[in-house]
Write a protein that binds this ligand. Sequence first.
Ligand code: SF4
Ligand code: SF4
Length: 356
Amino acid sequence: MSTSCTRIPRPWHWRGTLSAALLALFYALPWLRWEGRQALLLDINARRFDLFGWTLWPSDAGVLIGLLAVLAVGLALLTHLAGRIWCGHACPQTLWRRAFDGIARSAARMLPAPAVRPATQLAWGLLSVWTGVTFVGLFSPIAELVTAAPHAGWSRWETFWVLFYAAATWGNAGFLREQVCRSLCPFARMQPLLTDPHTPRMLYDARRGEPRGPRPSGLGGVLGRGRGLLDPTTAQDYVFRAAHPLLAGPMPTFSADRLGDCIDCAACVSACPMQLDIRQGPQADCLACGACLEACGACLEACAQQQHRAGFGPGLVRYCSPQAMAGQSKRLWRPRTLALLSLLLALLACGAWRLL
Ligand code: SF4
Ligand code: SF4
């Protein structure tokens, strides 16, 4: 590891931008035009689906089912190979929760304290209603929907679905929040089936970080000052003791030179939208959103710059497979990789045969 303070890996800086871009794409989608028609319109009444110039009729139901199957298997393969990057970066629940958090933070920054809560709720409500209109605009021509709104010209079904999706957006992103991922989402329940020890996930390097704790100014990182990494058993013992003080008893007091690189600032815990402590080990509820990685990297970078500590670079929390964290070699082709890839290729071959 470098002894200088290197930067946090770039992709994690782009989380906010990626979320904003995906939300902008969703809101723009029903307004896109293709050969004079709405480019994406799933018109159930007319029994006609327009997908960017490609029209599906009721007789094409098999194609639609095949398309959905390809997307589902593609998502399973992506999760198997790259971890929960869908959950952390593209899932609607993550996108709208991040948008709602951004609104709440902006209101807190710009408005006097008594106005923050009503203004936040108003902005959440408006965004939710516009989300409902946009979603219904994928099934009913959006231009007509928006034109009819001021005259209360929506059909009963349009009104119901706009209000339903507005309520769902507000309820999921503003009220239920992490409970949706923790308790309601079926995809989260399928993760153990899709992942294995070679699948990347957010991990805390306990061998480098433990034992955790505040330290005197100027103490370098474990590699810079020669303490080195702990053996895995000792590191896990410290992790267990820190996580279960009632069960394991209090942690011993360590001299400064025995401390690991975790300064126990809890920035990673405060940043976590799922209220997890990544230092307790891999957790089923972790979305791989990278907030803890970014918070920890920023914290260690600040430490290194302020106190000139050698060997205090980022990487204490990192996104890698448990195999890689243990220093074992990577295996790309595993039984589940082959099964999912074969299924995806078979579906694509069927689709090509059906369409050509
Ligand atoms: S522990 Fe929390 S902050 Fe870190 S990646 Fe998982 S969900 Fe995100
Ligand atoms: S942010 Fe990093 S240094 Fe701070 S408590 Fe979390 S793991 Fe330790």
